[in-house]
Design a protein around this ligand. Structure first.
Ligand code: IYR
Length: 328
């Protein structure tokens, strides 16, 4: 796979295509980053952007993981002391998951976001941004119903992180896109370059195929799960046997989260996937590419129960090193 394919595979969007092409032409020594509000234990949402960081490392990039303690504090995630403590646990989880330790820089937000220069630049961005714009940028990130001033400051700090960390590429889930668009618009006002960004898709809730999989609601998979937990969650997952998921009562769209997890989590990390089946049902199936597995599920050649069995097995393999690290 060439650098451009590694950088863009499974991305929902890149901004802009020509800027990504320029990075792909000469990726050696370029730096990409993702910021995470510390939560201690990695879950499947973190793993999705981490997979992209692993792709980028393979393409020649250096990687920064921002443990965004100040952002978590602004987003009402607890006391600053607790958040900081949690951040320390997260670092080891990322390494256990498979980020290349020799090529990953971990930075705590509070190590630079409280400096004088940063604060003054932040105030300059505050002068450039309407409350309505900041609020819109946060719509898919903020927790809580009522908008606090802290939530208007949050996206401006996220924008400022990009030049302060000196990165060439900002990576995040699709819920981060409006913050990155805001960054493109406001950073030139303080003589900084508009940043290039890459967004990973949102994965539907495992149980229902609706909305987005997250740790706060619905079913998620985390490094704390035992093999049995994973098996039972995957077993209960929504996985219609045909290409047309059943409509919901309210007409909302549904995805097949079992297929999504194969596509975004399993195939990027394994060269091939074996679905074990008893001889009487046709014996084992071997897939080198996600599209073949999808086609077989949708044609009925592959039964959802067999697909789920394989998914639990491969998820368990992805999670085992993190589970082991938590036990140490
Ligand atoms: N908004 C992210 C956390 C975050 C991301 C970046 I990229 C930053 O520079 C700072 C914070 C989240 O929703 O988890």
């Amino acid at each position: 796979m060439d650098a451009h394919e590694l950088i863009t595979r499974n991305a929902a969007e890149v901004v802009t295509e020509s800027e990504i092409e320029a990075l792909a032409d000469d990726p050696e020594g370029k730096r990409a980053y993702v910021g995470y509000e510390p939560s201690g234990v990695l879950h499947i949402g973190h793993m999705l952007t981490a997979n992209k960081l692993i792709d980028l490392q393979e393409a020649g990039f250096e990687v920064t993981v921002l443990l965004a303690d100040v952002h978590a504090y602004l987003n009402d995630k607890g006391s600053f002391e607790d958040i900081r403590h949690t951040a320390e646990r997260m670092r080891d989880q990322f390494i256990a998951y498979g980020l290349d330790e020799s090529n990953t820089q971990f930075v705590l937000g509070s190590d630079f976001q409280l400096d004088d220069d940063y604060t003054l630049d932040l105030h300059a961005l505050e002068l450039e941004t309407t409350l309505a714009r900041a609020e819109r940028a946060m719509a898919e990130i903020s927790s809580g119903d009522s908008v606090k001033v802290s939530q208007a400051v949050y996206p401006l700090m996220q924008a400022l992180d990009i030049p302060y960390l000196g990165v060439d590429l900002a990576v995040g889930g699709m819920e981060q896109r409006k913050v990155h668009m805001l960054a493109r618009d406001v950073l030139p006002s303080i003589d900084r370059e508009p940043p290039t960004s890459l967004h990973t898709p949102l994965i539907a809730d495992l149980g229902t195929g609706r909305g987005k999989m997250s740790s706060s609601e619905g079913v998620t998979i985390s490094m704390e799960d035992s093999r049995e937990d994973i098996e039972s969650k995957v077993n209960d997952a929504y996985c219609p046997p045909t290409a047309d998921p059943e409509p919901t009562d309210d007409g909302a769209e549904r995805e097949n989260p079992v297929l999504q997890v194969f596509e975004y989590h399993v195939f990027p990390r394994f060269d091939s996937v074996t679905v074990e089946r008893p001889e009487e049902y046709g014996g084992d199936l071997e897939y080198d590419a996600y599209a073949d597995l999808e086609a077989d599920l949708e044609s009925g050649e592959l039964h959802p129960a067999d697909a789920k069995g394989a998914l639990a097995e491969y998820l368990d393999r992805l999670i085992a090193p993190g589970r082991q690290q938590l036990a140490e």
